[in-house]
Ligand binder design. Structure first.
Ligand SMILES: [Zn+2]
Length: 410
């Protein structure tokens, strides 16, 4: 990674440090990094718009070499999908978008045939809770949200993914109304252009809003301009929340429920993650594709669903590896291979030896983690049962804070 002279975010999955500091005095190079070669070639003619959450360390323009690094697209008009943070996702105060970086981002997209309006899906700040009823907190959250949408507009990005919020300080109904109110207000601000806020489905923990399709539908119901609202389905989250994507039948059933309750026309994007935690566990723990409790068949269902072709699909799978020196680092080639593999699943016969071998290999790879987390989930369940009934409110709070300590994914 290049030296940074700004504090900024790092990508994707958890345990990223919120701030990558700085080799203090070194000036930022305003040229995008060009030394990164693609780790994999992409599948020519693939129907998928697929990518990962890339870093903007050093400036938003650096997203471009970072996304090309995990797989160069050769087939127009489709391109890599990608996610990024528009600013530090764990800080309230951020420097404004540097216009020079913005220009470099836009030029970089043009140069490589990337249409940020179609394939970029930024991820919102983790601090923002658009459901907060308190006036000062509400303003702080709204201002950050508005700032993100404004940044999208300036960068030519059309979709903006965020976690809807939580009802820790309100009732669920009130929280849902406040979220919609904030979105309606942002829609009316011309600085947000035509940017579409995209509600991410959540893993349904405690007071989190968005863990059910009903929550999402309720928010949309309160939106005035329904052309400017969307949904991002996170495969790990919905699975943890009790929506089963594993077999063709259950998958079809979930999508048809989505259609009935929310409306498929609102589905704009997917976060493509396997789950380290079992079905219905409400735990948000992303696993590499095929290694978790979802398994490869779930992703075969997804990539072969023509209704989803052309939508940005973004990996947020863990790529941390521990080197022989015991140090952790990121291995981006994992994403490059996952993308290539997902592309290869389109049209692959699920009965074929090729599929079965791949499924078996990945399933084996994830065995340790599945067992470890599976045990954790069972233990927690047992503990919850032991606590004698109704102090439910207090208990619910306790469980929530415990799960926060677990460092869930996003
Ligand atoms: Zn996600």
């Amino acid at each position: 990674m290049v030296e940074l002279s700004v504090k900024t975010e790092v990508t994707g999955s958890r345990k990223r440090k919120a701030e990558t500091t700085v080799k203090a005095t070194k000036r930022v190079t305003k040229k995008a990094k060009s030394d990164l070669k693609p780790l994999e070639s992409r599948t020519v003619g693939s129907k998928l718009i697929m990518g990962a959450h890339v870093s903007i360390a050093g400036g938003v323009h650096n997203a471009i070499p970072n996304l090309l690094h995990i797989g160069q697209v050769t087939s127009s008009p489709l391109a890599n999908a990608f996610a990024l943070f528009l600013k530090n996702q764990r800080k309230w105060d951020n420097a404004p978008l540097d216009p020079e970086y913005a220009t470099l981002f836009i030029d970089g997209c043009k140069e490589h045939g990337i249409k940020p309006g179609d394939c970029c899906l930024p991820h919102g700040s983790y601090l923002v809770n658009l459901a907060h009823p308190d006036a000062a907190r509400k303003k702080q959250a709204y201002d950050s949200f508005l700032d993100d949408l404004t940044r999208c507009h300036k960068l030519g990005i059309k979709l903006y993914n965020f976690h809807p919020g939580n009802a820790n300080a309100s009732t669920r109904e009130e929280g849902i109304k406040i979220i919609a109110e904030n979105i309606n207000k942002a829609h009316k601000d011309s600085a947000t252009g035509e940017v579409i806020p995209v509600l991410e489905t959540m893993a349904s923990q405690g007071n989190t809003i968005g863990g059910t399709f009903e929550d999402i539908a309720a928010i949309i119901e309160h939106i005035d301009d329904k052309d400017r609202i969307g949904v991002c389905l996170d495969t790990c989250h919905v699975f943890a929340a009790g929506y089963d994507l594993r077999t063709p039948e259950t998958y079809a059933e979930v999508i048809s429920r989505f259609d009935k309750i929310i409306g498929l026309k609102y589905l704009k994007a997917l976060h493509v993650n396997d789950s380290k935690a079992p079905f219905g566990s409400c735990r948000d723990l992303h696993a590499r594709i095929g290694t978790g409790y979802l398994g490869l068949r779930a992703f075969h269902n997804i990539v072969n669903d023509e209704r989803l072709h052309g939508m940005p699909m973004v990996l947020e799978t863990p790529i941390d590896v521990v080197g022989s020196n015991g140090k952790k680092s990121e291995d981006k080639s994992i994403w490059a291979r996952e993308i290539k593999m997902l592309e290869s699943l389109v049209g692959m016969d699920i009965e074929s030896a090729e599929f079965e071998a791949l499924e078996k290999k990945l399933h084996e790879e994830g065995k340790g983690e599945r067992e470890r987390i599976g045990e954790q989930v069972e233990k927690k369940k047992a503990k919850q049962k032991q606590v004698k009934a109704p102090k439910s409110k207090k208990k619910a709070k306790k469980v929530e804070s415990e799960s926060e300590e677990d460092e869930e994914d996003e």
